[in-house]
Design a protein around this ligand. Structure first.
Ligand code: PLP
Length: 301
């Protein structure tokens, strides 16, 4: 029998590690039927997890928020994730942990009776912007689609309620933009599909306060900004403020800090990634060598 090829990625499903292309979940899992699930994504760079403890902590909090039980401790989750990465051999990876509602006994519609499921996978690192977009800066469109209100679905607990983000993204792509930002009912920008947003104006870094996921990369940006002695404002950000900003950038585990050079066809600054953004990009990647943020993976065991 040829050895199993895990090199394209590995999934952990029903207590087994399988090549990513063979990973399947039951069609009756409410995670699939109702988007009734939570998840988190941690990255691996140069063979080390970045901010693993923070992602595990947020995952556990999200599970609690949605009354889901992964049935594993954070340490056990970490060891499953590590094994997925180790088997794949990937040195730069996108590693997702998922807890779904599972399914209640046949005929029951009571979520309390469902047997929750834990899944995980590691695949090659995912960039939400390609190399050309990273170099020239992203072109974003501010959508008139509103992000689902926090009173309906708590955005601070990670979830798969993405139809608003996906419809906004489709419209933006059709209009020739690279991605989209959604707004709240008052017209303030909140977040995009998989990222938080910032602008730099009049000496201050500004980012939305609520209505969005509090990204771990957003936290990293705020920590760096503090270290650099930059003024930080966490508050509502009207769409027009973003359009007129000196610099705009986004943060995500799918690429770190990414420059934005056009919003709604208006050029930001001089149309090049701005100096503050470039400094944040550099420092974000430098932190990956800092043991306070990174945990090396032992690939040998
Ligand atoms: N907002 C949404 C809706 C997301 O899904 C994500 C990440 O997947 C983010 C923001 C950024 O979060 P993080 O920096 O933890 O990747």
């Amino acid at each position: 029998m040829p050895a199993t090829d895990f090199s394209k990625g590995v999934a952990f499903i029903e207590d087994r590690y399988v090549p990513i292309a063979e990973a399947r979940i039951p069609i009756t899992d409410w995670g699939f039927l109702r988007s009734d699930a939570t998840y988190d994504v941690v990255t691996v760079w140069d063979g080390a997890f970045f901010r693993l403890d923070d992602h595990l902590e947020r995952f556990m909090q999200s599970c609690m928020r949605w009354r889901l039980d992964p049935g594993l401790t954070p340490e056990q989750v970490a060891s499953v994730l590590t094994k997925c990465v180790r088997l794949s051999g990937l040195r730069a990876a996108y590693v997702e942990m998922i807890c779904t509602r599972g399914q209640p006994p046949w005929g029951s519609r009571d979520p309390r009776q469902a047997v929750n499921q834990f899944y995980a996978f590691a695949v090659p690192y995912v960039w939400i912007a390609n190399a050309e977009q990273r170099e020239r800066g992203l072109h974003l469109m501010i959508s008139d689609v509103q992000r689902i209100p926090a009173a309906s679905v708590d955005p601070t607990a990670k979830n798969y309620h993405w139809n608003d983000l996906t419809m906004g993204l489709l419209n933006a792509l059709d209009a020739g933009a690279d991605s989209v930002l959604l707004v709240d009912a008052a017209g303030n920008v909140v977040e995009g599909p998989g990222f938080n947003v910032f602008c730099f104006n009049e000496g201050a870094i500004v980012t939305p306060k609520e209505g969005m996921l509090e990204g771990i990369s957003r936290r990293t940006v705020l920590e760096i900004a503090q270290r650099l002695g930059l003024k930080i404002e966490i508050r509502a950000v009207p769409a027009r403020e973003l359009r007129g900003a000196q610099e705009v950038f986004i943060s995500t585990s799918g690429g770190g800090v990414l420059p934005v050079t056009m919003v709604d066809n208006a050029v930001i600054g001089d149309g090049e990634p701005g100096p503050i953004t470039c400094r944040l990009v550099q420092t974000y990647w430098d932190l990956h060598a800092d043991p306070a943020y990174s945990l090396a993976i032992d690939y040998s065991v």
